[in-house]
Ligand binder design. Sequence first.
Ligand code: AHG
Ligand code: MN
Ligand code: MN
Length: 317
Amino acid sequence: MRVTLEQQLAGAVDADLTAVFGAIALAAREIERKIRLAGLSDTYGAVGATNVQGEQQQKLDVFANDVMMDELGKLNCVAALVSEEDEEPVICDHPGSKYIVIFDPLDGSSNIDVNVNVGTIFSIQEFAGGDLSAAILQPGTKQVAAGYVVYGPSCVMVMTTGDGVSGFTLDDTGEFVRSSEKMMMPQQGPYYSTNEANASTWPDAYRGYLKMLLAGELNGKTYSSRYIGSLVADFHRTLLKGGVFLYPPTAKVPNGKLRLLYEANPMAMVAEQAGGAAVNGPTRIMELQPEKIHQRTPLIVGSKAEVEALQEAVAQE
Ligand code: AHG
Ligand code: MN
Ligand code: MN
């Protein structure tokens, strides 16, 4: 039976949250088209500016950000928009607005020019009036919805509103049509996924952990390495096949590279809803109290077996 994103949401959440997803789906369609035809237009490469992260902004980062801001900014139910590409939140002055949308408009920027999967990641928090800055910094446990779009051989949105994880594939009529429901992550997987070039500056516990995995000491399982360098793609494979994705603290990024609000929290909500787990080492990602909108965190996310073993390894350090 053909079920669209909108049809699934209609029965499950309020009209405003359905409208937020509709705006994200519209933006995703525009971004997907831009990526698909990037080679034929002036879309590749850097814009020559650095963003608040101190990273070279790619043209597609800016395009995706503009499209997300555009589509979501039209909704009266949106109180604020927080983006990796903007230093400060965009406050939308709509009385009675109730949702805050926090997003990484284009994840995996280093892969844009080489035609490798990139994505858009989103986290949705509720605003019940009062202090909007505090509402923007709610912990991940308060997310009302989260998900990502992975632009690849097919364009797939994976999302949750707190009642399991569903996948929707963009069809050739421009609709996101349900292609997976009640997605569950295997309890243990065949893959570990990390940038091993940083291993020499990880805390010892992480090197010991990887050695333990490779020695087949976790339930006798052997592992293969897979690392795409786009969180959305590495996470999507982990969701479907199981295993663990790790971005530990390194000498260069002692607090981790990935951002809590628009990378770690949304992926953590999807992972937990699919029976997996997500930690910063010792602590559950979604319990971390954000202090700043762009704060970074170590991220270990994936199947319960591997994530719990990492927590143990770090606790013993
Ligand atoms: P973004 O493109 O939004 O800045 O995110 C890139 C992130 C994430 O997608 C990926 O997991 C990580 O950077 C890869 O980092 P390294 O290149 O340091 O491995
Ligand atoms: Mn990212
Ligand atoms: Mn990004």
